[in-house]
Design a binder for this molecule. Structure first.
Ligand code: XMP
Length: 551
């Protein structure tokens, strides 16, 4: 867990929550001192060379019940030694090691005596640093390959002699120095995996972290447990216990405010805090009139019946709709919603006695992508969404108990804490809510149409058993009318677009191949049941170039 002063600049907000998100330089100092220390003391670090898979590597290591942290690729060997990881993984990356300006690591890290595993670009870098050569392959290799293990050693311990692996590279090691020996090869890649003869340095050209390398988990397990000698100690049940203890110590007899949005992150934060401090927690739900059908009821049910938390519901629909009146420009809509959210929150918080802390659902990807971690890969800042960052003048100290966790870990923690599956597996919902799905000006009438159509989409996808198989599914109300015919009458009504995507990280996404029968049911039901809609379209665009939301 970490506690830090609130600040207004704000980290980019991840996809899932309304409410607030902010992390600061000042925050960083206290953050690095606190933390689930007992569990994170033993760690693997991943040096990020700009790989799309760096976070995936870290998640795969954590699946081995070992804490894994992502750090900048140019972190000094001295700083790495201070962090005292049990192992170092050099990630892949889009660059070529022979280009000038290609990202490099401090070569001194190879002398630390800490086991190193270079993956793809990381392997090429290690080989080049230690006397090997890297060259461009004439054809970029992308896809499955059969890998022959010629020397299992510890890295391929207890594995078959042939394994399927996933390759994705334009360069590869063309010559290794005498210091290295070959562990595995493929038809086109003579150095698919290598080991230093004296130092604990390993490299592999393929990607063990992706599911297309079916035994990749075992390779990483061999590295983490066998070579780095990590003991499994990263368990979410322990995390919850340690964090609850830390929250109690930090909070003492003061009060914590937590903004609830109905999303997973804020719900897990609230559940954790409730377990730690019970009646000293006050939750605030701001109903901005942009929530989905039954959303307010769901939150009230969970946090008054199940957790018996002190929940303040602010019914602010009129206020939000008034400030959205006449506004069609998406960024301006977002800005106004963010501003109103802060004002509402401030007003409600003012009346809460002895409130000292503000709890936030900041997650580990927010921390690394925002540059809030001084050791993190700040260079890869992805300026994303920042709606509803709560300002410094609120005067609270921040509590961010999830800042070490990935989303899948937050979900598992939610289940550990007794939150219902339905809530834990909810699709992300943007902070500005239905406003970004009600294209153009937002009005009460349009929201009624959109909310009803959206509820049908979700109901149908749930009853088809596909809710968990898609990452985000929803309806969008388009700002066009089109001609239709109902009975004998001509209609001139609204069109709804159905959007459903599959994605790992929400930075890229593919449209879900939903069955035609399901789409047909959704369309029939929306047109029959939602007054004012005579046409339903299915969005078949991927991200990029489209985005997930329409605004
Ligand atoms: P896009 O539309 O950028 O969305 O592909 C990626 C993810 O972010 C969510 N999203 C938002 N989340 N505030 C948020 O908290 C926002 O303003 C916002 N806009 C998009 C979107 O739902 C998807 O999960």
């Amino acid at each position: 867990m970490s506690v830090s002063p609130a600040h207004s600049t704000g980290s980019p907000k991840s996809s899932s929550e309304s409410g607030s998100g902010s992390t600061t330089d000042a925050a960083v100092e206290s953050q690095s001192e606190i933390g689930a220390a007992a569990l994170t003391e033993q760690r693997i670090v991943v040096l990020d060379f700009g790989s799309q898979y760096a976070q995936l590597i870290a998640r795969r290591v954590r699946e081995q019940n070992v804490y894994c942290q992502i750090v900048r690729h140019d972190l000094s060997a001295d700083r790495i030694a201070e962090l005292a990881p049990k192992g170092i993984i050099l990630s892949g990356g889009p660059s070529s090691v022979y280009e000038s300006g290609a990202p490099r690591c401090d070569p001194e890290l190879f002398k630390l005596g800490i086991p190193v595993l270079g993956i793809c670009y990381g392997m090429q870098l290690a080989c080049e640093a230690l006397g090997g050569k890297v060259a461009n392959t004439t054809t970029r290799e992308y896809g499955h390959a059969q890998c022959e293990i010629v020397d299992p050693g510890s890295l391929f311990d207890a594995m078959p002699s042939q394994i399927d692996v996933w390759m994705s590279h334009g360069d590869q090691v063309s010559a290794i120095s005498e210091q290295f020996e070959v562990l595995a090869k493929t038809k086109t890649c003579p150095y698919a995996a290598i080991r230093h003869r004296e130092l604990p340095i390993y490299g592999m050209q393929f990607h063990p972290e992706v599911t297309h390398t079916p035994l990749g988990g075992q390779v990483l397990a061999n590295f983490v447990h066998g070579i780095c000698d990590c003991q499994p100690n990263w368990y979410l049940s322990d995390f919850a216990e340690v964090t609850i203890r830390q929250i109690r110590e930090t909070v003492g007899d003061r009060r914590v405010i937590c903004g609830l949005s109905g999303g997973v992150d804020s719900s897990v934060v609230a559940a954790l805090l409730y377990k730690a401090i019970g009646s000293q927690l006050t939750c605030i739900l701001i109903d901005n009139g942009l929530l989905r059908k039954n959303e307010q009821a769901l939150v009230i049910d969970e946090f008054t019946n199940h957790f018996k938390a002190d929940l303040h519901v602010v019914n602010a629909e009129d206020r939000f709709l008034a400030s959205l009146a006449g506004i069609a420009e998406p960024q301006e809509k977002r800005r106004r919603i963010g501003h109103d959210f802060i004002e509402c929150f401030k007003e409600e918080a003012k009346g809460i006695q002895n409130a000292h802390f503000l709890a936030q659902g900041t997650l580990y990807p927010d921390v690394i992508e925002s540059g809030a971690d001084p050791d993190g890969p700040a260079a890869t800042i992805k300026l994303h969404h920042n709606v509803g960052g709560l300002p410094e003048e609120l005067g609270f100290e921040l509590i961010e108990p999830l800042r070490d966790l990935f989303k899948d870990e937050v979900r598992r923690l939610g289940l550990e804490l007794g939150l219902p599956e339905k809530l834990v597996w909810r699709h992300p919902f943007p902070g500005p809510g239905l406003a970004v799905r009600c294209l153009g000006e937002v009005t009460r009438d349009k929201l009624i149409v959109l909310r009803a159509a959206d509820a049908i989409v979700i109901e149908e996808i749930e009853s088809a058993g596909l809710y968990r198989d898609t990452s985000q599914t929803f309806a969008v109300l388009l700002p066009v009318q089109s001609v239709g015919v109902m009975g004998d009458a001509r209609t001139y009504d609204n069109a709804i677009a159905v959007r459903s995507v599959n994605t790992d990280d929400f930075m890229t996404a593919d449209w879900s191949r939903l069955p035609y029968e399901l789409l047909a049911r959704i369309s029939t039901r929306i047109i029959n049941e939602v007054k004012g809609v005579n046409r339903v379209c299915y969005d078949i665009s991927s991200k990029p170039p489209a985005t997930i939301e329409w605004e």
